[in-house]
Design a protein around this ligand. Structure first.
Ligand code: F0G
Length: 468
């Protein structure tokens, strides 16, 4: 049958085919293995330190790597570059209100700008911020403001093999116990992340968001959403949660946000732009404080570090991002790569997440101790094999305990193959899968790394390694 889905999707035979065609291309360079071995050595075996020119398929991140649409590029010519009161800001503000539902919007240059301001206006030293697994920059800003992060994600999130629909959920018992132990007055807000990045892009269910909000509100605690990939989360709710199959992703996103009191946002992901972000709040007094502080760190409260054209492109990107056929193709491409690896018995985080396929480096290289940085090494080996650039998300990203100085030893030791939105083709996914399978075939001879240079903050960005 050649039926269409209720959302007007293509046939069953092409479940995720892209709802766009390519108008402009950017050439990329194929390199030799010998050249890549030199490049990765010079980069200290850290894929963040490679030059982009030396990369063939760049799966480092989905952040700021989106391809904009013709409408967004046209918007770049519509920038109102006034210092104050740009019309693009008012358009962006209205678009965020319409799609995310919050009352007040403070623009920032990217997500961490919003995280900094949120932490500064909400946290006092000695506070505790619970969250469904940490994210690097989010936790760093909470800690810089004097708080301690407490992980309240469900236990299943730490097991890459469990095939469950909502492994990003908050463990409500753990959250209740934490509130009882430290007292609600020391918890300024719950940091709720949509499609939890460090768990493998695993979503939060609508029911869980509702329950978290209910529990938090009962104790006078706010819920602040990390909305960075909330559209992808809404898509998973549509696909997996009972009662949502006939709702649009746009409707689901609105409802999801309604269970939170504000959000930080990196527009560089869901919102289909290369730079930009925002902080949104419902509380007017907090908004006053935030729009005052933003002047200090980002720029005036009607541009927050973005050019007028950036705000216009983001406003249009938000509208495109919630279209059902867009998000189906986006997540569908990630699942396509994931399925290829699963078929080849490569250990990956299950189920496949919204923005990336995560290789389970502990299972990939079982002979390496975590202190030999198996995920860091695997990302380097993959680059040497094919020029595919991935990212470590394991012990290096986790950093050190600020009290004891010891390495955090996260249960998950992962390599992230992150798919930029609307950038690569199915053939690029095939090349990536072939390379991972090739490296997997040689896994038993792989060696680990030793850390030779460690920066103080967010060490994974600039740390350097040597082979053992
Ligand atoms: N929250 C999440 C869940 C993120 O993934 C990121 C960025 C941020 C906040 C910070 O946003 O980069 O705009 O300042 N993640 C990127 C990544 C860097 O590769 O996952 P930002």
């Amino acid at each position: 049958m050649n039926a269409e889905s209720p959302n007007g999707s293509p046939t069953r035979h092409r479940p995720w085919a892209e709802p766009w065609k390519i108008k402009v291309v950017e050439p990329i360079r194929m390199t030799s293995r010998a050249a890549r071995e030199v490049a990765i050595r010079e980069a200290g075996y850290n894929t963040f330190l490679l030059r982009s020119e030396d990369v063939y398929i760049d799966l480092l991140t989905d952040s700021g790597t989106n391809a904009m649409s013709d409408s967004q590029w046209a918007a770049m010519m519509m920038g109102d570059e006034a210092y104050a009161g740009s019309r693009n800001f008012y358009h962006l503000e209205k678009t965020i209100r319409d799609h995310y539902g919050y009352r007040f919007v403070v623009p920032t240059h990217q997500g961490r700008g919003a995280e900094n301001i949120l932490a500064k206006i909400m946290i006092k030293p000695g506070d505790v911020v619970p969250g469904n697994m940490y994210f690097t920059t989010t936790r760093a800003h909470q800690e810089m403001a004097g708080a301690t992060f407490a992980d309240v994600v469900v236990r299943e999130a730490h097991d890459p093999t469990l095939e469950l629909p909502f492994k990003g959920n908050v463990d409500l018992d753990a959250l209740s116990a934490l509130i009882a132990r430290v007292g609600a007055n020391r918890i300024p807000y719950i940091s709720l992340a949509a499609t939890v990045n460090m768990a493998g892009g695993q979503p939060v269910s609508m029911a869980n968001a509702r329950d978290v909000h209910e529990l938090a509100t009962r104790h006078g605690i706010k819920v602040m959403l990390d909305a960075t990939r909330a559209v992808e989360n809404a898509y998973f709710i549509q696909q997996r949660e009972s009662g949502y199959a006939t709702k649009t992703v746009a409707e689901i996103l609105r409802e999801f946000c309604s269970y939170t009191d504000g959000c930080t946002m990196s527009g560089k992901k869901d919102a289909l732009v290369n730079i930009g972000g925002w902080l949104a709040l419902n509380d007017e007094q907090r908004y006053e404080e935030a729009s005052n502080l933003v002047v200090l760190y980002e720029g005036l409260h009607t541009y927050g570090g973005m050019a007028g054209r950036d705000m216009e492109a983001m406003a249009r990107g938000i509208v495109e991002s919630v279209a059902d056929d867009h998000i189906r193709a986006r997540v569908g491409q990630v699942e396509y790569l994931g399925r290829k690896l699963i078929e080849a018995a490569v250990p990956v985080v299950r189920p496949i997440g919204g923005h990336a396929v995560y290789l389970d480096a502990k299972a990939f290289y079982p002979h390496l101790d975590q202190e030999q940085f198996p995920a860091q090494a695997l990302a380097a080996h993959l680059y040497e094999d094919s020029g595919v650039r991935a990212m470590e998300r394991g012990i290096v990203s986790a950093g050190r305990d600020k009290e004891t100085g010891k390495n955090y030893r996260p249960a998950l030791e992962l390599v992230r193959l992150t798919i930029p939105r609307r950038v690569y083709t199915q053939a690029h996914m095939d090349v990536t899968a072939e390379s991972v399978i090739e490296v997997y075939g040689k896994r038993l001879t792989a060696r680990g790394l030793k850390l030779v240079h460690e920066p103080r903050y967010l060490r994974f960005f600039q740390a350097r390694f040597e082979p053992l």
